[in-house]
Design a protein. Sequence first.
Length: 254
Amino acid sequence: MNDAEKKALWEKYSKTRAADIREKLIIEYVPLVKVVAGRLSMYLGHNVEYDDLVGYGVFGLIDAIDKFEVGKEVRFETYASLRIRGAILDQIRKMDWIPRTLRQKQKNIEAAIKEVESMTGKSATDEEIADQLQISVDELNDWQNQMKAMNVISLNEYVDTVGEPVMDASRNSHFEQPHNVVEKEELKKMLMESLSALTEKEKKVILLYYYEELTLKEISNVMEVSESRVSQLHTKALQKMKKKMGPYMNILVE
C-alpha cells in the first residue's frame, strides 16, 4: 500500500471508525510491530519468545490506531512505535520474571569489572572478570547471555519517564525543544566517552546496530562471528556504557 492509499484509508477510518477499515490498518502496520519486537528481543535474548513480544505489541498497535488523530503533525509510525514498545514492556513488567539469582549475577559482574578496572586502570577483559569472580570464561559468557534480560529494567525506566505518547510533533522529539540543546551536547560528549571505553569489537557492534541499523544476523555476517557472540558483545558494551552515561543510557536504549 502506497502513501496515498494509506492516507485515504486513514481519512476514511477517521470519519467512519468502521471495523473492517480498522482491520485493514492493523494488517498494514503489523510489520511495524515486528520491527519493534525484533529490536527489543536483542535485549531479552531467549528469555522471552519473539512471537510473544509480537503478540504483546499488537495490543499497542491497536491502541495506537484507535487513538491516532489524522491531521496532527506527527507520523503514525512514530506515534505507534512508542505505544507498541510501551505495550510490550508493560506486559514484561507484569510478568516480573527476572529471578533473584540473575539480579545477583548482574551485581557480581559489575562489582568484578569495577574491581579489575580500579586495579589495572583500563577496561576489564573477559579473562580478568572471570578470574575475579573465580569462574571460567565459558561460565562468564553464559552469565552475560542471561544479562540481556536485565537491560529491560533500563527500558522500563525510560518508558515510565516518558509517560503517554502525545499527538504533538514538537513534543515527540526530546531534543527539538530549545531548552534541551545543552542536554543534547552533553549527551554527545558522554556518548563519545562511553564508546572510548569499549573494545574494537564491542564498538563495532554498537555502531552497526544503532547507527547502521543492521539486524543481529546481519552483524554476525559482517563480523564473521556467531549471533550469540554478537549478543554477548552487545550486552557487555551496554554494561560499560551504562557506567559512563548514567541516566542518559535510557535515551540510548529507547
